[in-house]
Design a protein around this ligand. Sequence first.
Ligand code: ZN
Length: 249
Amino acid sequence: MLTAQDFLAELQQRGALRLSRVHLRENRSVVWSLTQQATVLNVHAAYRAAPPELLDAFAIVAREGGVSSAATRRAASVISAWPDVWRAIEATRASRQLRSVTSCCATSEQRRYLRALYRYFNLTRFDGKLPDDIPVRLSGRMKSSLGHMVPIEDANGIREVEEIALNLDLMLERNGAERIDTLLHEMAHVADFLESGHRGHGPSWRRWACRVGCRPERLYDRPVAHRRRRRDPVQRVPLLPDALACLAV
Ligand SMILES: [Zn+2]
């Protein structure tokens, strides 16, 4: 298994002298990318076990600073055709979904509704900049809290968001406005965290909140209706306009 340093040394020995850093990341879909004027190579952590011919292929794209010629296109297709990396991505995705689904009390219809709403707001308010696959789950355990998002930052400073969770009470009929405001509030946290690394309600979050149209203040003391007893289930699914229903996949 190669460390990031080993990986860099292997590529430099193969003539990729422009490279100054390698980041190994547990990304879910991007297997490699060159950033910062092609001086930084981000590769999926599965490539720690890359055989020599794959390192040769990485050296070709790194030497030329990207995919620009027939040789680099060939190298790039060798890199992305490696089955082990896709197996690793699939395993990560499956374990995340499992963790998220087991702690979520949403019905499958509610999950579809939340997915459609997330996608709709991502497209219409965030210019599609947020990852498409962040799970939105419902929690029956939250008391005063209405929502949260779970940020992850790895040792290389690479940021991802594991999930957004909303209080189950928000699915009650009287809470429509707060449901939308809370989802946008959490999505603004996602955008702010991925962009700046900030997790609170500071100026960078407030700029996102104002831009996407949620109240630029904490989720505190909101006029929310609650279930009579906390163990009461809520299976209600608000009606989705037809235009959004196609996003519910
Ligand atoms: Zn907040």
